[in-house]
Design a protein around this ligand. Structure first.
Ligand SMILES: [Zn+2]
Length: 244
């Protein structure tokens, strides 16, 4: 069972504005969890910033994005952070938590052949987003935090090679958010070569195909699409960077 997945408009680790996100999806995405907003996939908006509303995390050991479910709406719960995250609405229909939970369970029980596909965008800071690519929803759990029950969704990154074939991204492809924030501040949100502020991308100085690691700000920089393309797979040294 192979459905046709459209190619993502962005490359993984592209830096985009919210307007570009909306334009690419041709949808005004307001919520964090968007079940089957497109026929072929769903969309998660996530964040691991300190003041983020939910406890999303990248688990390095298992190369998994652990995405927290969402709280009851404030018109239904006085203290949404104090009560269990709901599986269903008062009318008895599934919430977004419930829809994704059902999709994950269906895959685990092999009621569906392919895991549910989720496209992920990460909020880096206000107005600045990063495209994280497609993920497989491989598991979901209800976890007790000691105070209440929350949903946890387990996502594995996938890369689309052709319509029918996909491979898992090695974890080193995922630049940690803290590194992105440091690089963004250091490079002043512009291409380090031409100072363009458009079509930006988090670039690694040593390509992963040559064994490069990406885990510190020293080997990550911002390039525009043109200079990222020119770089291709060549190993370049960095232009000097001065930290203020
Ligand atoms: Zn440039």
């Amino acid at each position: 069972m192979n459905s046709l997945f459209p190619k993502p408009t962005f490359k993984v680790d592209d830096i985009i504005s919210y307007a570009e996100l909306v334009a690419a999806e041709n949808a005004n995405i307001q919520k964090g969890m968007n079940f089957q907003i497109k026929q072929e996939y769903s969309i998660f908006l996530m964040s691991v910033r300190k003041n983020a509303p939910y406890a999303d995390e990248w688990d390095k050991a298992t190369n998994t994005l652990i995405y927290e479910g969402h709280d009851a709406p404030s018109n239904l719960a006085k203290e949404p952070k104090e009560v269990d995250q709901p599986l269903s609405t008062p009318k008895g229909t599934l919430t977004e938590n419930g829809k994704f939970f059902t999709a994950a369970q269906s895959y685990k029980m092999r009621l569906i052949q392919e895991p549910h596909k989720i496209k992920v965008y990460e909020k880096i800071k206000d107005g600045i987003w990063c495209y994280k690519g497609f993920f497989d929803l491989v598991n979901a759990q209800i976890v007790n935090t000691g105070k209440r029950n929350v949903f946890k969704f387990y996502l594995k990154p996938v890369e689309f090679i052709t319509k029918k074939k996909q491979i898992e991204l090695p974890h080193s492809r995922l630049i940690p958010t803290v590194v992105k924030l440091e690089v963004w501040a250091r490079d002043k949100g512009e291409c380090v070569i031409c100072h363009s502020k458009d079509n930006l991308h988090f670039d690694h100085d040593i390509p992963f195909s040559k064994g490069g690691a990406s885990l510190t700000a020293k080997n990550v920089r911002i390039l525009c699409a043109k200079h990222n393309l020119q770089k291709s797979d060549k190993i370049l040294s960095f232009p000097p960077v001065f930290l203020s």
